[in-house]
Design a protein around this ligand. Sequence first.
Ligand code: ADP
Length: 486
Amino acid sequence: MTNVESLLPFNPGHCFIDGCWQPSDSTDSIVLHNPSNAQALCKIAAGNSVDIDNAVNAATAALNSEWGRFSALERGRVLARLGQLVTENIELLTTLETADVGKPLTQARADALALARYLEFYAGAADKIHGETLPYLDGYTVYTLRQPHGVTGHIIPWNYPMQIIGRSVGAALTMGNACVLKPAENACLTALLFAELADRAGLPKGALNVVPGLGDVAGAALAAHAGVQHLSFTGSVDVGAFIQTQAASNVVPVTLELGGKSPQLVFNDADLQEALPFLVNAGIQNAGQTCSASSRILVQRGVYEQVLELMADAYKNLKVGPADQDFAIGPLISAAQKARVESFIKMDTELTLVAQGTIVTDAPAEGYYIAPRLYACEDPQHALAQQEIFGPIQVVIPFDDEAHALAIANGTEFGLVASVWTQDGSRQMRLAKNLHAGQVFINNYGAGGGVELPFGGVGKSGHGREKGFEALYGFSTLKTVAARHG
Ligand code: ADP
């Protein structure tokens, strides 16, 4: 087992507040586990409301000192340096994420590269986003200023810590906000290393503060804090709804990204060979623990059997095993997550199990492994076709025609991502317009992450947009200045 503690250039039991590592006010700690073998990795601080208070105060002070005086150009430059440091530390970030989250090495490395890419993108955008001058009455000059909210709170999950830090903290810093980040209690190491790298990049003290801790302690304290002017949250619907109530009581804006039940629609005229890797990978990537996982494959009856066969063949070759051995699928994050997925599997009685992957024989019995499962599902209302499972499980649902496909696709409470596989250009356009989703892909899925592409949901998938320039609008506020000069 990797001794991660010896790899860390900081004390993992500390919080990063006001530009330095400091012990938590709380005497409690949280033990991180390696999901591949359930062995303890190291202890992190169980931050509490005093730590959150200190972090918010440090962020507030930063806005009134060096960080608040940084020009857009200087913000871009510090983000560029940070992106460079992330790139230089790719192997360490990959090793930590593989051990902490159980991500296969390839996925962990892709996440680290995505973090660097977010920083690169936002570094370049920092001095290219601006207000406008507006034509108004004679004798007036009117213009808008795009300004930071102030202190932004970021509560993030364990499934893609690096990517979510990139898209939320990266965008917030670009606009000049000062951030308080509360990583997930079961995946913290790359968030803590990110703080160390930000410090080395020259980010002024207080601009980024990281307080690890439990959701209902540190997370709740951050969500409720009256000194926070914007909250962004990625995670479950229930916690997201709670965060929104907290934001409402302080009347601050909130960005919520809450997952989905994202469909891919495969029509009779689709190029099935091209579609196949997207159909499968979008469901099993990160062991299905992806907000934008495609857990529903909707297939027109003319090619239904063929798609089932192709996907079944792919599933039979899927191997599940320890993350550091880089199989297609690693373990789930925790015993609790494994139990949750198993509870869905117990509900599969009315479905046909078409194929499943294999857990390699030398995978430690204590690891949180689940073999991926592919089901044929005639009932779009079935629990496995409606609820977000967050595990490597896909259902394949038949449809008759376009209207039927659309009704099934839009027939859940979620709306994050959808994709359409057809050669018919008119159908592509109609569906792109009518699908309930924040992103629609035509003859692809996910577009490789797409740092540049606004991302977010409708319905219970949340609201607000991250990624691209859209995130910069979300992490800033617009002031209108009207000067009457005669
Ligand atoms: P998951 O079920 O996938 O772990 P959660 O929504 O529970 O997702 O967690 C996502 C993030 O929200 C984590 O950082 C977690 O600590 C935090 N969190 C959980 N409960 C609360 C809460 N009551 N208040 C604020 N943050 C919370």
